[in-house]
Design a protein around this ligand. Structure first.
Ligand SMILES: Cc1cc2nc3c(=O)[nH]c(=O)nc-3n(C[C@H](O)[C@H](O)[C@H](O)COP(=O)(O)OP(=O)(O)OC[C@H]3O[C@@H](n4cnc5c(N)ncnc54)[C@H](O)[C@@H]3O)c2cc1C
Length: 532
């Protein structure tokens, strides 16, 4: 007999198979010796009460042999001689999952990626962290695997209506991710494991006749009668296919400018910007798990915080327990901080983005008043938020003093507008420089953060502390631009074979939603090309 059972366990109980069996026996009213095994379906942490529990849903095999869950299987066609091909610009999660879905349907994907393969990319990240030199084509955002590769690899999303999350997780498992991402409530892979998974995806695409070309930066479209007839790359190469998927991510400013200059419709997209906040992980553990020292059977704790200040949303984003703050800039003289964690999440720090939503008027007025960073823009400019984002990043770079040293302040000092005398030890490798962030960031960002830190301190006792540091700026939470597309066909309203996709086009926010969007666009293409 198979029986579905829900258990509420202490963290240490989950570590022992025998104890789990005892608990199953207790819950089902049977003898432990009748249980041949179990498969976990869902696992989450309940830290609401003083004692922290792990909630587990599982299927127990009682007096019948255990059937181990089969690893997910996928079939890809060989497309080397396929009659239809699709050019995918960008090898982030959107581009990769578009390619895999096309392979399943017998269409040849040709991926053009401006950056390097995932392994070579690592060297550029080391130079950025150690020497403060950014390669504009190969960094935390650009290169094989996209922005998600050297990240935390958190794989949860709220976009469950947008696609089949299970299928995306199964594909990750198929390409080498650990099986627990299939049942953890907050699955994550870790920066150290993602590159091998991305490599396995590329090898699969190549083995089935797809093409993958690195150091190929898209720089132009040739358009005739509302159809792209070819795309050009920076090295004057030209490529042609039946359809073109634009999956270039939120940081490809040259693409946004290119579309705008070629009179291809784009729109300003609501945007949020702020800071990274870093606490000692032990402090976050003690707050979230109500303890002095974390139970060794519990993972490092995380948090999610939201607040509303004068109709502006303020929210934490991309929380990285046991993580590292990283310079995620894509260009010289612009400072962006983001965060990632290794699979074990075993660094002594906990960081998260803390960002503030704002309006076009806020952005426009700040740009206009800020003479140092003056740029030509208007309230109707689709690139308004992009210009704002870039201007703040430049201001932060200057405030840090160069080489991606980031301007920072202790949290309580930040709220008192006082330059910190010292900064605590931290995870940011290029280094921090103590300065007055209210002189660097726009007032509406500072004021909203200031009020919110106080408020979060009340929600999470101990959060509001001078042990925490506030680091500027977290400006790449989403795309500042939307590239419109037809709801049914997925095509751009003016260009019938251009498919804007993923985060850069404004249809995703994170690895899983980007992957799902890639699949959705591939399905539209398959329908239109008669391959569904
Ligand atoms: C440090 C960091 C940590 C993150 N952590 C997480 C996390 O834990 N969980 C999560 O869900 N999300 C995380 N994110 C966000 C996540 O990475 C993105 O949401 C996701 O990668 C978006 O996928 P995408 O394919 O749409 O775009 P991207 O991943 O940005 O990929 C776009 C690709 O296009 C390429 N490209 C750009 N312009 C051109 C051009 N002109 N020609 C050719 N190629 C081009 C780029 O090089 C890039 O490879 C993180 C991001 C960063 C930077």
């Amino acid at each position: 007999m198979q029986k579905k059972i829900s258990l509420k366990l202490l963290p240490s109980q989950l570590a022992s198979e025998e104890t789990i069996k005892e608990q199953i026996a207790l819950a089902a009213g049977i003898k432990k010796s009748d249980i041949n095994g179990y498969n976990i379906q869902k696992k989450s942490i309940d830290a609401r009460g003083q004692t922290v529990f792990i909630l587990v849903s599982l299927t127990a095999y009682i007096n019948e042999p255990l059937q181990k869950e089969l690893s997910p299987q996928f079939q890809f066609k060989n497309v080397a001689k396929a009659s239809k091909s699709v050019i995918i610009i960008g090898a982030g999660p959107t581009g990769l999952f578009t390619a895999l879905k096309l392979l399943e349907n017998g269409i040849q994907p040709i991926i053009l990626e401006r950056g390097k393969d995932v392994r070579s990319r690592r060297r550029d990240l080391a130079i950025l962290n150690k020497e403060g030199i950014v390669n504009p084509e190969s960094n935390y955002c650009f290169g094989e695997g996209g922005a998600g590769t050297y990240s935390d690899g958190k794989l949860y999303t709220r976009s469950s209506k947008r696609g089949n999350i299970k299928r995306i997780l199964d594909l990750f498992i198929f390409f080498g991710a650990p099986a627990n991402i299939g049942y953890d409530a907050h699955p994550h892979i870790g920066t150290n494991k993602l590159p091998q998974i991305i490599t396995a995806m590329r090898e699969c695409i190549l083995a089935h006749g797809g093409k993958f070309i690195f150091d190929k930066k898209l720089t132009g479209f040739t358009i005739h009668n509302q159809y792209i007839t070819s795309v050009k790359t920076a090295d004057a190469d030209e490529f042609t296919a039946n359809a073109y998927v634009l999956a270039t991510g939120h940081s490809a400013r040259d693409i946004f400018k290119l579309l705008h200059n070629q009179n291809i419709l784009i729109e300003a997209k609501p945007f949020a910007l702020g800071v990274r906040v870093e606490h000692p992980q032990a402090l976050i553990d003690s707050i979230q798990y109500h303890c002095t020292t974390r139970d060794p059977f519990l993972p490092p704790a995380s948090y999610a915080l939201v607040n509303q200040v004068n109709e502006r949303g303020v929210f934490s984003f991309c929380m990285c327990p046991g993580g590292i703050m990283a310079p995620a800039s894509t260009d010289v003289g612009e400072l962006v901080v983001n965060g990632w964690s290794p699979s074990k999440r075993n660094n002594p720090y906990a960081n998260s983005g803390m960002v503030v939503q704002f309006s076009k008027e806020d952005a426009f007025n700040w740009i206009n008043k800020n003479h140092q960073q003056k740029v030509q823009t208007s309230l109707n400019d689709p690139l308004l938020f992009m210009h704002f984002q870039q201007a703040v990043e430049k201001q932060c770079y200057q405030a840090g003093g160069g080489h991606f040293v980031a301007p920072a302040q202790r949290m309580v000092d930040f709220t008192k507008r006082k330059v910190s005398e010292t900064l605590p030890s931290n995870s940011y490798l290029p280094g921090l420089h103590a300065c007055a962030l209210h002189e660097v960031l726009p007032d509406f960002i500072n004021n909203s953060l200031l009020e919110s830190f106080n408020c979060f301190g009340k929600k999470m006792k101990g959060y509001f502390t001078n042990e925490a540091i506030v680091v500027a700026t977290e400006s790449r939470t989403s795309s500042p631009v939307r590239i419109p597309r037809n709801r049914e066909t997925g095509t751009h309203p003016q260009i019938k074979n251009l498919y804007p996709a993923g985060e850069g086009a404004g249809y995703a926010g994170g690895i899983v939603s980007a992957a799902m969007d890639g699949e959705r666009i591939a399905e539209s293409i398959c329908t239109i090309l008669g391959h569904s």
